[in-house]
Design a protein around this ligand. Structure first.
Ligand code: GUN
Length: 297
């Protein structure tokens, strides 16, 4: 079986192309979708992610301002900044880059972001609306995965999807999206995690695998059935002797699934490009909502 590589760039390009006239319409009425990104500390992967975000926003004539806080910043300092941004009418989206330093409680901080500017979709109100089947902001990576499945005509309804990883960022919202009764969902969904006794027992039964555990090469060819569609969310920095000092590796051992799987997303170049694109989508949507509901934004 020839395994199709599900590249994210064409999907991302077509979504960004469709966003451009929406940004232009907002510009004509004096609104520029602006994201405020907060980064605490100097985690190298987070620095790259935030830089890529800024570039993508500028390319689409949107704005992205990064607030860099010292690694030792107190919870109060972070909460004060969030409060200022919640009340800044030029800011339509607020993002707190994860992971946060250990001394900060991510829950307290994420709950402080206004649910109306929560373009990451991490606020409990937005997660609750998603579970209810009435989403407001959908977390970017799971939303991007659905766009990949849609773009490449990969059927979801009635199939067995196995998600590996139960994070709030990917695994849990992905479950809500795939299990929901609507045209892009309606799947039977299993979530595997570190407490799962025999991972291969489950992955061998999957029609779709969403690998989002943050564990390099965890899924191998002997753990899958023929014809499965695989979405690899992992972007793991594995240290080596290369010039960069590391290589990016997915959660899936891509080489070993080639010829068995129907399709697989490459790493890098699969899910990665989608996350920032969906952040753009959510920020533009947030600005558009403010136009509709001036009093409420
Ligand atoms: N860290 C890794 N992925 C994400 C994401 O989607 N949003 C935020 N805020 N932090 C992340």
């Amino acid at each position: 079986m020839e395994t199709l590589l599900l590249k994210g760039k064409p999907v991302s390009d077509s979504i960004r192309l469709a966003l451009a006239p929406r940004v232009q319409s907002l510009k004509e009425i004096g609104i520029i979708p602006k994201l405020a990104a907060i980064i605490v500390g100097d985690d190298p992967a987070s620095q790259v992610y935030v830089l890529n975000k800024t570039r993508a926003f500028e390319k689409l004539n949107c704005e992205s301002q990064t607030f860099r806080l010292d690694v030792g910043s107190s919870e109060k300092e972070v909460l004060t900044l969030i409060d200022t941004l919640n009340n800044d009418s030029s800011v339509y989206g607020i993002l707190v880059q994860l992971p946060l330093p250990n001394h900060l409680d991510a829950k307290t901080i994420l709950h402080a972001v206004s649910s109306k500017k929560d373009v990451d979709g991490f606020h409990p109100k937005n997660l609750g609306l998603l579970l209810e089947g009435n989403p407001n902001f959908i977390p970017c990576t799971p939303q991007g995965i659905l766009e990949i499945l849609k773009h490449y005509d990969i059927p979801v309804s009635g199939r067995h999807a196995v998600i590996v990883g139960r994070s709030n960022i990917v695994g849990k919202p992905m479950f809500a999206l795939l299990a929901q009764k609507y045209e892009m969902g309606n799947a039977t969904v299993t979530i595997c995690h570190t407490g799962t006794k025999d991972l291969a027992l489950h992955t061998k039964q999957a029609d779709i695998i969403i690998a989002a555990a943050g564990s390099p090469n965890m899924i191998t060819g002997d753990m899958i059935k023929e014809g499965v569609d695989i979405i690899d969310v992992g972007i793991n920095r594995v240290e080596d002797n290369s010039e960069k000092g590391y290589t990016l590796m997915g959660d899936v051992n891509t080489e070993s699934v080639m010829g068995i799987a129907n399709s697989v997303t490459p790493v890098p170049g699969g899910v990665g490009p989608m996350t920032i694109t969906m952040l753009l989508v959510n920020t533009v949507k947030s600005a558009e909502k403010c136009v509709e509901l001036v009093a409420g934004c």
